[in-house]
Structures are given as structure tokens and as C-alpha cells.
Design a protein around this ligand. Structure first.
Ligand code: CO
Length: 252
């Protein structure tokens, strides 16, 4: 099923890796424009390195080396995959009581465990079948860099930049595929932490992209909804496979 779109994705992934290796991870402005032209023309970019920096395609999931850990030790959580209806359900706000009783802290901890195991860098609660407004991420994707772990309870995006950029995304709920998504370059967000304390932050670039992707999940939106018409067409064969694997009862 290796359609040309996947090949395209791989070449641009290589491009991302090289860019990241040059330390451009947080300054993608220059290469984004080039990336979109690659998208249109499917120019071949030579891969010179296999060192897997955390590129955008790994942001949410790897496509080439994706890991589906299934059931893992220490948690009963499992990723739900498209078209599982949990991805489209309403997600309820988390209450002060839930924060106090520690259940959300436990959930966040297990979501991180799963996320690292699956080699993702972000996870939203509906992706583990829990329809609550909670997301976790670590933009490094490296569990040793636990200081970079972010837990966002009832997050809100209060301002989006008009300036946009296009980059590649994947998602653990959509194994073995990816696509280009336009996102705001920066966002201002408000949320609570696990102690119920209000957080107000501005995120740019990479982190802004992760946040917007995970935040979408809390509104029942998934990245394929944001692909261009051409992008949607390209992922159709893979979506059909996922739908067939899921069987009856899915929600597109
Ligand atoms: Co996702």
C-alpha cells in the first residue's frame, strides 16, 4: 500500500530531520515555505542521516518506525485508533474534585507512560478513550527530559497568531500515515495544572503546533480534518484500511 504520498512524506521527513539537525527545530520559517513546494512537486530530498531527531513527524507519532505497544506494563490504557468513536465524542471539563482526589494525576502519569512507549510526544485523553479535557506532551519526546513534561487541564487557546505555517503531522490514533497541516505560528493559552493552579503561557513554533494538535482532540477534531483536499485524497487508502480494521461502530 505504499502509495506515492507516503514516499513524498518520507522525503520531506528526511528534509525535516536535516533541518532539525541544524538546530532549526524552533525556527522553521525558512524551511516551511520550501516544504510546501516539496509537497506540491514531490522533489526528492536525500537523506543523509538516520539519527532520529524529534522531527514534526515524530511529534505525535513516527510513521516509519511507529510503535504500537498494545497493552503495556503499569497501565491499562490503550490508544484508540480512527475511527473509534471516542475520538469524536464531547470531552468534559475536569472538576476540582477530580484534581484533588488524584485520579487525573494518575491518568496523566499513565498517559505519559503510554506516550513514551508509543514514541509519541503528545497525547490527549480521548485518545485513550477518556473523554475529558486533558492533554499531556513532552516536546522532546524523551522521557529522560521529564522537566519538559506538560500537563494541561481544561486548556483553552485564547489567541491565535494570524501568521500560519505548514508542517507535517502524524498522530498515534492514525498509525502509518501523515500529512501537512497549517497551524498558527504562536498561540496564547490558559489552562490549569494538576494542582488546579492557573497557567497562562505563549507558545511558538514546535510547541504551539503540538498544543494545537492535542487541543483539537479535545474538541473532537483530528488532524485529517485539516488536510488540504489533496492531502485528504492522499490519505484515503490508508483511512479505508483503518476503517476496515476497526469494523462496525466507528465514527468518522
Ligand atoms: Co493526535
Amino acid at each position: 500500500m505504499l502509495c506515492s504520498s507516503l514516499v513524498m512524506v518520507r522525503t520531506t521527513r528526511a528534509f525535516s530531520r536535516v533541518s532539525i539537525a541544524r538546530g532549526m527545530a524552533h525556527k522553521p520559517l525558512a524551511f516551511v515555505a520550501q516544504q510546501s513546494s516539496i509537497h506540491r512537486t514531490t522533489t526528492t530530498t536525500t537523506t543523509t542521516t538516520r539519527s532520529y531527531g524529534k522531527t514534526s513527524s515524530q511529534l505525535f507519532a513516527r510513521m516509519e518506525e511507529e510503535v504500537d505497544p498494545g497493552k503495556i506494563e503499569g497501565t491499562d490504557l490503550q490508544i484508540v485508533k480512527y475511527p473509534h468513536p471516542a475520538l469524536r465524542r464531547d470531552n468534559v471539563e475536569i472538576t476540582k474534585e477530580e484534581l484533588k482526589d488524584g485520579s487525573i494525576a494518575q491518568l496523566a502519569k499513565e498517559m505519559f507512560m503510554y506516550m513514551y512507549e508509543a514514541e509519541g510526544v503528545g497525547l490527549a485523553a480521548p485518545q485513550v478513550g477518556v473523554n475529558k479535557r486533558l492533554m499531556v506532551y513532552n516536546q522532546s519526546g524523551d522521557k529522560k527530559k521529564w522537566l519538559e513534561e506538560m500537563v494541561m487541564v481544561n486548556p483553552q487557546i485564547v489567541e491565535f497568531s494570524d501568521a500560519k505555517e505548514i508542517d507535517e503531522e502524524g498522530c498515534l490514533s492514525f498509525p502509518d500515515m501523515g500529512g501537512y497541516v497549517e497551524r498558527s505560528k504562536w498561540i496564547k493559552v490558559e489552562a490549569m495544572n494538576l494542582q488546579g493552579k492557573k497557567i497562562k503561557r505563549k507558545f511558538t513554533g514546535w510547541e504551539a503546533r503540538i498544543f494545537q494538535h492535542e487541543y483539537d482532540h479535545l474538541d473532537g477534531v483530528v488532524y485529517i480534518d485539516r488536510l488540504t483536499e489533496k492531502g485528504k485524497e492522499e490519505v484515503q487508502p490508508r483511512l479505508q484500511e483503518l476503517i476496515a480494521e476497526f469494523g462496525d461502530g466507528g465514527a468518522l
